[in-house]
Design a protein around this ligand. Sequence first.
Ligand code: ASP
Length: 347
Amino acid sequence: MDFAGEHVISVDQFDVVKVERLFAVADGMLPYARRQRVTRVLEGAICGILFFEPSTRSRLSFGAAFHRLGGQIVETTGFAFSSMAKGESIYDTSRVVSGYVDAMVVRHPEAGAVGEFAAATRVPVINGGDGPGEHPTQALVDFYTLCRELGKRPGSLGGATVAVVGDLKYGRTAHSLTKLLALEHQIRFVCIAPPELQLPEPLVAALRERGHRVEQTEELADGLRNADVVYATRIQQERLPAGLTLDGVQDRFAIDAALYDRVCRPGTVLMHPLPRDSRNNPSELSNDLNRHPALAIFRQTDYGIPVRMALFALVLGVADQVDATARDASWYRPERFGVDDTKPMLP
Ligand code: ASP
């Protein structure tokens, strides 16, 4: 299975075989992501990172992943500092940058805009999030995390219950992840959200058509019962239409340690694409869960590196050459990244 030269715009491009290939390559990236080994397989290659919306995780993890393969990045952030502020079209921008780099990662506030970048170039373009549309690489990282946490391979999650909580309407990660999980057999999706923020109807219909069970509820505690995985999301304040007031919604859908211990099955995995909105107390997943072994959110961000390394290696056609340039790393690395981590790095 070869992805060389492909754009990665939507999770719709993936089937189980392709996901398996990606995850196998990502598994092979773990020694590099764990800083045990160093590879130079992309030495000489340059990636353009063009982010026209705020980001911490995606932008830095794409950059770190490319660097860990031995490549380099050039980047621009925000409209104000790019020529798009002077009226340059997506077509022109994409074509210009294509002359400078070997791959591009683009984030843009409008759904479909990253697809437009891709349509103007033969250099592989990766969608780093297009407004309320999709965030395919986040979904791939989420799916990879979910498989590792549950000890399963893609295609073997049939019968699992996945509770998705929060802003399922404007949250693109919820769209991409539910679409990707639809590749499995008979998932039970429990969508916990106020009616104004429920999963878009066409997506619900598509999931049901593929044989999955979709339940929609506003009752957080009830919805969490029997879940294998809980995927909490942030209310996408920046995308809510003017006039839509959702007072108290954040509190109603917040999960803390007491609620987890009261209603969740032992072992229920807690995930979140992050950021947690910590301007509110409690956030979607309370800080009192930070030392809880069920909290997988930082393992999830850590897995962003091997999965994004794998994607770059595949779209640039070097997945089978990664080990050829490898050597051991010799610098200090901690056993665990975070002070509250319950597991060693990248388990
Ligand atoms: N970081 C994720 C995204 O870019 C989730 C979020 O912002 O809530 O979509």
